[in-house]
Ligand binder design. Structure first.
Ligand code: ZN
Length: 235
């Protein structure tokens, strides 16, 4: 529990956790955005708390920027509806079940019934989406010429890169692309596959991307630039 709060210009109240440490020479400030949004301050033994809070106020702009760049997570609950992999999915919790059930209604809607305890609800939804994402990536890859298939596909949760490929033949994708339009996700997959032919971003590379993806590469890139950060709003 924290005794202090730091109020952002957006009105959000961020808990401040102050700890005292022997041997520490300076006040250190750590704004944390995950798993929960908190500011951690360590202060030397003899430094008064008021001085630590004053220091925090001096660093306000820096703190504000960090919290603004990491938008607040949306907590998912039973009854919420989210979109992933091209479907609008209703989430429901049924603690009497041990496993999940995915009920597909039509091409664009489904219900995910999540089993297990309430404390595991979000984790189970996340794991389900991750697993479905990997299946969808593999399907997209299989639609491309066989000589471009990677040796291995892994999923990651990086905020800086949507996809990457290594010289050893492993391709990695951020599973958060599951929340993007499927065409945008397909663009990232085709982009990485095109790197099997060209390791650079030369005009020849982009030509290969267009051959694999079809018309609209620019539109997909634009979408990612503009909306990429929104793919991190859950979990
Ligand atoms: Zn690239």
């Amino acid at each position: 529990m924290s005794d202090y709060e730091f109020v952002l210009s957006t009105g959000e109240r961020v808990p401040v956790v102050i700890t005292t440490r022997r041997g520490l020479r300076n006040i250190t400030l750590r704004p944390k955005t995950r798993p929960s949004r908190e500011i951690h301050i360590s202060k030397p033994w003899l430094t008064p708390t008021a001085a630590a809070l004053r220091f925090l106020e001096q660093k306000r702009r820096w703190c504000e920027r960090i919290f603004n760049n990491a938008p607040q997570k949306v907590i998912l609950r039973s009854g919420d509806e989210i979109e992933f992999l091209g479907r609008r999915v209703m989430l429901r919790h049924d603690p009497a079940r041990r496993s999940n059930e995915f009920v597909v209604h039509d091409d664009v809607t489904a219900t995910l019934i999540v089993g297990g305890g309430a404390d595991m609800f979000e984790r189970r939804v996340r794991d389900f989406i991750r697993a479905q994402f990997l299946i969808a990536v593999k399907q997209m890859v299989r639609g491309a010429p066989r000589e471009l298939w990677p040796r291995r596909i892994t999923i990651r949760d990086t905020s800086s890169r949507w996809g990457s490929c290594s010289s050893s033949g492993t391709m990695s994708f951020s599973w958060r692309l599951a929340f993007a339009p499927t065409d945008v996700m397909r663009y990232v997959v085709m982009h990485e596959l095109a790197h099997q032919v060209h390791m650079d971003h030369s005009p020849a590379f982009w030509q290969t991307v267009s051959q694999l993806y079809g018309f609209g590469v620019e539109r997909a890139r634009y979408w990612l630039n503009k909306h990429g950060a929104e793919l991190h709003k859950y979990f």
